[in-house]
Write a protein that binds this ligand. Structure first.
Ligand SMILES: Cc1ncc(COP(=O)(O)O)c(C=O)c1O
Length: 365
């Protein structure tokens, strides 16, 4: 296999044709011309079929190692999986410390549909999988950054006949390949580091299981949660720099974690790449690189506000994985975190500038 930089630059591109672009432009079409005799071929109508979307799916599929279906957002992909697999009377196991909207969906819509939810902490211990139809793992978990042993949990879940899904948003397929570690299906938000420019929402599902793929394809065609052609094209273009962006984000996170570890006014520091972090050993064993997200506690909401007001480089914003360094006080969104808990997403600025800015802002706060 070629290196990550080579893979992302070439992923999903058509064979070279003289006079044609490397990455074909977006195809904007609702209906396509039909053969009046044969009827619909590969492209008949834009909800099920779009060549720009197929190119992006081919690219992500090369990186995840499975067949991909792209969705309008990460939530569209995750709910497509949950609703196309789960039936009344089923039980789903979800991360207690993962993305909160998934738990909210389970507590609302899934409960109303007669699906029970069991919560498990990402770092374990995991309860018995007996009677669990599907387990969704999120590793590293957002926002606490615990990591779970995908091989071990997949083996235990499969022994009970449980399907294993992994939310690969935070790691991206360059950070870990869950399908190779035993998962049946990957779901992810492509809104974050995968595309990384903070200018689009995207989701995807990847699997090697033909039945799951068929269910997801039918679900998407019938419920219509597709990403538009322009967003697919932007996403494919952005994917080409994933290796470079992740490398800089991860290096910046290492520098920032080193800085914060030395400050007495910062507590609860988490970054799975720090040798002292609770997730370090398993992250090192199963991940190919550590993402650029660091979390910590500044003690109070007021201190976080002063820190953000004092910083010249850190944008107050939610989401993560983008070019710009951003910080989000998660309690304001309803996460079960302390009032001063911050998730800092390191961008691709120069480390020296970030360290100087963070130091000055923390001193002032
Ligand atoms: C881990 C994780 N999964 C899924 C999602 C949902 O993705 P989207 O916002 O693209 O719907 C998010 C969004 O923050 C996330 O952090």
């Amino acid at each position: 296999m070629t290196g990550d930089g080579t893979r992302v630059v070439h992923a999903g591109l058509p064979a070279p044709v003289p006079g044609r672009p490397f990455l074909p432009g977006p195809v904007f079409a609702a209906p396509y011309h039909l053969d009046p005799v044969e009827g619909p071929g590969e492209d008949g109508y834009g909800r099920p079929d779009n060549p720009t979307r197929r190119s992006l799916e081919a690219a992500i599929g090369e990186l995840e190692g499975g067949a991909v279906r792209a969705f309008a957002s990460g939530q569209a992909a995750i709910t497509a999986l949950l609703l196309s697999v789960l039936r009344p009377g089923d039980t789903v196991m979800l991360p207690a410390d993962g993305y909160f909207t998934v738990r909210a969906f389970a507590e609302g819509t899934l409960r109303e549909l007669g699906v029970d939810t069991v919560l498990a902490p990402t770092a374990g211990p995991y309860p018995s999988f007996e009677g669990v139809r599907l387990v969704l793992l999120e590793t590293p978990a957002n926002p606490g950054l615990d990591v779970c042993d995908l091989r071990a949990v997949s083996v235990a879940a499969h022994a009970a006949g449980t399907l294993v899904a992994v939310d690969n948003t935070t790691a991206t397929p360059l950070g870990q390949r869950p399908l190779e570690l035993g998962a049946d299906v990957v779901v992810a938000s492509g809104t974050k580091a995968l595309t990384g420019h903070s200018d689009l929402l995207l989701g995807y599902l990847a699997t090697r299981d033909d039945e799951l793929l068929a269910r997801a394809t039918t679900w998407r065609a019938q419920t219509g949660g597709i990403p538009g052609a322009f967003d697919c094209w932007l996403a494919h273009r952005s994917l080409a720099t994933l290796d470079l962006r992740l490398a800089r984000q991860s290096a910046n996170a290492a520098a920032v974690a080193g800085l914060l570890a030395g400050r007495a006014d910062v507590t609860g520091l988490r970054w799975p790449g720090l040798a002292t972090d609770a997730s370090y050993a398993i992250a090192r064993e199963q991940m190919r690189r550590v993402p650029g997200i660091v979390s910590f506690d500044l003690g109070s909401a007021e201190r976080v506000a002063r820190f953000l007001a004092a910083s010249a480089l850190v944008f107050a914003a939610t989401s993560f994985g983008g070019l710009h360094t951003t910080a989000d006080r998660r309690a304001q969104w309803g996460d079960d975190t302390a009032p001063g808990f911050v998730r800092l997403s390191c961008g691709i600025e120069d480390a020296a500038d970030l360290l100087a800015d963070l130091t000055a802002a923390l001193d002032e706060a």
